[in-house]
Design a protein around this ligand. Structure first.
Ligand SMILES: NC(=O)c1ccc[n+]([C@@H]2O[C@H](COP(=O)([O-])OP(=O)(O)OC[C@H]3O[C@@H](n4cnc5c(N)ncnc54)[C@H](OP(=O)(O)O)[C@@H]3O)[C@@H](O)[C@H]2O)c1
Length: 256
């Protein structure tokens, strides 16, 4: 049985970093709910394969575009191309992100600037680029993928936590800017989710430690992001704005 509140028939969703991990899982969730989808990342091969998986068995359009969101011109190009191919953007998910852990006394300016550009500035740019159509149609959903490390942190996660906390602050300000246009702006703050990103950064002991920090005593799966993303993107989320939804297996419930 499906619920109309979560139906995305006729909607168009744009997901950065949609070729794998959380982005691909959320894009699949939107497609299952009925939306046409555009995914963007840097690897053509991964995008092609992901587009097939996202659309498999569904009667929706799935488009992809090779895009480096660290490039200042990328957001405008991606927004324009999505509108050209799919007609509009109703839902934007600023998901592409990266992390280069460095303790505060060892930060390299170039790494700091690159991560700020990708994790924070590109999210502002892409949101700004898709807003005119949303404002005109008086309907829009902006979802930033933050992190529990935007609320708390760990050693050496300086730029990562700064950008992920920045998204939470930006979501609040832009929710206030855009409420009058019936556009909601929210963050999802995932905890440890089994994807290439944390797997490439953590050793085996840290991987175990991360699952022990959750109430559910396990890593999450990318699929577990799909439901919260569809909620925020659909009519079900129409009165939720400026919020940050934790999807962290209860990791943030622990005080000590
Ligand atoms: N997994 C977790 O535990 C976790 C927890 C909290 C928050 N998050 C956040 O969730 C988001 C997705 O992460 P993930 O875990 O799904 O990582 P992932 O599996 O490594 O996927 C990252 C996606 O972003 C794309 N990407 C990276 N750099 C890009 C760039 N410069 N331009 C365009 N696309 C780019 C990647 O494709 P290409 O590399 O081919 O471009 C890929 O599609 C990130 O913002 C991350 O900070 C993840």
């Amino acid at each position: 049985m499906s619920c109309d509140l979560f139906n995305l028939d006729g909607r168009v969703a744009l997901v950065t970093g949609g070729s794998k991990g959380l982005g691909k899982a959320m894009a699949r969730g939107f497609a299952e709910a009925g939306a046409d989808v555009m995914i963007a990342s840097r690897s053509e091969d991964e995008l092609k394969a992901a587009a097939v998986e996202i659309g498999e068995g569904l009667d929706v359009k799935v488009e992809w575009m090779v895009t480096d969101m660290g490039d200042r011109e990328a957001s405008d190009r991606l927004a324009a191309e999505t509108i050209l191919r799919l007609g509009k953007v109703d839902i934007v998910v600023n998901n592409a992100g990266s992390n280069t852990p460095q303790p505060i006394d060892q930060i390299i300016d170039e790494d700091w600037d690159r991560i700020v550009e990708l994790n924070l500035t590109s999210c502002m740019r892409l949101t700004r680029a898709v807003l005119p159509g949303m404002i005109e149609r008086k309907w829009g959903r902006v979802i930033h993928i933050s992190s529990v490390l935007g609320l708390g942190s760990k050693p050496a996660r300086n730029v990562y936590s700064a950008t992920k906390a920045g998204l939470i602050g930006m979501a609040k300000a832009s929710a206030l800017d855009l409420g009058k246009h019936n556009i909601t702006v929210n963050c999802i703050a995932p905890g440890p989710i089994l994807t290439d990103l944390p797997m490439s950064l953590l050793n085996d002991a840290e991987k175990k430690e991360f699952s022990k920090m959750t109430a559910l005593d396990r890593w999450g799966t990318p699929r577990e992001l799909a439901g919260p993303a569809v909620f925020l993107a659909s009519e079900a989320g129409s009165y939720t704005t400026g919020a940050t939804i934790l999807v962290d297996g209860g990791a943030y419930a622990r005080a000590l």
